[in-house]
Design a binder for this molecule. Structure first.
Ligand SMILES: Nc1ncnc2c1ncn2[C@@H]1O[C@H](COP(=O)(O)OP(=O)(O)OP(=O)(O)O)[C@@H](O)[C@H]1O
Ligand SMILES: [Mg+2]
Length: 449
């Protein structure tokens, strides 16, 4: 097709024609003007190079032999500036050397003298097309490079975002741990002050109880002896003169000696019994608080439950009947004061879940090398939609001022610290069971608090 190109077809391109022969130059210009949009002329290589630099033509058509600077020298300079520059040399048929040199420089197109305008038009249009293709390729490469850079940026952004998310997650874990530690601290401070108070009260009460106890014991003996003495006198009643006997009889009736004799023993026994109970409560308070205990030791959980029951007894007394189903657990390795705190939290929750009156069942069993302990109540039960949240710190459904929502989260922390687990099952309207499973022996290293 291209061989039949009509010279009337205008190629949109800037063409520089370099020839020292002014006649040929103008002839080419005149003819080429018919098919090229812009043409400029130069008389030799020096001028050609100058115009090329300023004007940046699409195609350079150059003669080879010229004064000052040859067409090949100029072509070499142009190619050095732009390896993609499109150059057509005009040669004589017999000038093989020049053609070889042109090829070496990178000039691949030539036309022979005399110049055929169809061939020149063809060569120029091929140059323009080549240049267009090179430009297209360059643009495509540029777009590809830009796309890659963008993708890289996007990828880096994603990576940064991922790193940020990971950091956020780590921060969240850290905040949770901090919160947990804070709660534990709060609770242990609370427990320490309760413990100190209990220990202080126990200490203060212990002394008076001891001497009241021993005095009452002595009093019981003395009263016994005095009653013995009265009985002795009564045996000699008949020997007294009538008037004295009448006076004594009147006195006996007045003080109701028979009743007094029966009752004084009961009173003293009751008082001693009451005192024993006070002593036990004081002992339980001391056992419960264990202020100084923070070390693992061997302890009996059923005893722990009992002393906790005595401490929270008041809260439970009117609410629930306590049923014990103990399986006689062996001693387990634990921190008893902390487990007592767990029992207290669970017992108080159980009693608070019971509206009027109900039953709290304490069940203990050994299962292999584990101790299982269940505290069940016949209270309100826990709605399924919140059962997953009850161990969260500060989760409470109780009115402001009643619950802080810390009980179960602390309980959970303590059980975890003991290498155990706590589970809950509940049915609305029927009640709840909290089940604790603890290892009897602590072989695992303690988890961080
Ligand atoms: N035995 C139970 N029966 C029914 N609901 C319970 C029982 N134990 C716990 N819950 C529910 O779990 C919530 C959280 O209990 P948790 O002991 O952690 O906090 P609290 O009792 O509300 O407050 P705190 O123990 O700090 O005084 C309670 O508010 C209650 O809704
Ligand atoms: Mg509670």
């Amino acid at each position: 097709m291209e061989e039949k190109r009509s010279v009337e077809q205008i190629i949109q391109a800037r063409v520089l024609v370099v020839d020292d022969d002014p006649i040929l130059r103008t002839q080419i210009k005149r003819l080429a003007s018919q098919f090229v949009s812009e043409i400029r002329l130069a008389a030799d290589g020096v001028e050609g190079l100058e115009i090329w630099r300023q004007w940046q033509p699409n195609v350079v058509v150059t003669d080879i032999f010229m004064p000052r600077m040859s067409g090949l020298e100029m072509s070499a300079a142009i190619k050095a500036g732009d390896p993609d520059a499109q150059i057509i040399v005009i040669t004589s048929d017999d000038d093989g050397d020049s053609l070889r040199r042109a090829l070496e420089i990178g000039v691949e197109r030539y036309i022979s003298k005399p110049v055929d305008m169809h061939l020149l038009a063809d060569a120029i249009s091929k140059c323009v097309r080549d240049q267009q293709q090179t430009e297209d390729l360059r643009l495509t490469r540029q777009v590809a490079a830009l796309t890659e850079a963008l993708q890289q940026q996007l990828w880096e952004k994603l990576r940064a975002e991922e790193a940020l998310n990971q950091e956020k997650a780590e921060q969240r874990v850290l905040i949770n741990r901090l919160e947990e530690a804070h709660n534990q601290l709060l609770q242990s401070e609370k427990m320490a002050s309760i413990g100190q108070l209990a220990a202080g009260v126990a200490h203060e009460i212990n002394n008076p109880i001891s001497y009241v106890n021993s005095n009452l014991g002595a009093l019981q003996q003395y009263v016994g002896k005095l009653l013995q003495l009265i009985a002795g006198y009564e045996q000699h009643d008949a020997e007294l003169p009538g008037a004295s006997r009448d006076t004594l009889d009147a006195l006996k009736r007045e003080i109701d000696l028979d009743y007094l004799r029966n009752d004084v023993g009961d009173l003293l026994a009751e008082s001693l019994g009451g005192l024993q109970r006070v002593k036990r409560i004081v002992q339980d308070l001391k056992d419960f608080s264990h202020v100084s205990d923070s070390e693992m030791q061997w302890a009996n959980l059923e005893n722990g439950l009992e002393s906790t029951l005595n401490v929270v007894g008041n809260e439970l007394k009117y609410k629930a009947e306590v049923v014990r189903d103990y399986g006689h657990l062996p001693e387990i390795e634990c921190i008893p004061s902390q487990l007592n705190q767990v029992f207290m939290n669970l017992l108080v929750n159980a009693s608070q879940a019971i509206a009027e009156h109900g039953v709290i069942t304490l069940r203990t069993r050994q299962e292999g090398d584990q101790a299982c302990l269940e505290i069940s109540d016949t209270g309100s039960g826990i709605p399924p939609e919140i059962i997953n949240r009850i161990f969260d710190p500060f989760f409470t459904t109780k009115p402001v001022g009643t619950g802080t929502g810390l009980g179960l989260s602390i309980t959970h922390g303590i059980i975890r610290k003991h290498g155990g687990r706590i589970e809950v099952s509940s049915e609305i309207g029927k009640g709840s069971t909290f089940r604790i499973v603890l290892p009897i022996r602590q072989n695992e290293p303690e988890l961080p608090a």
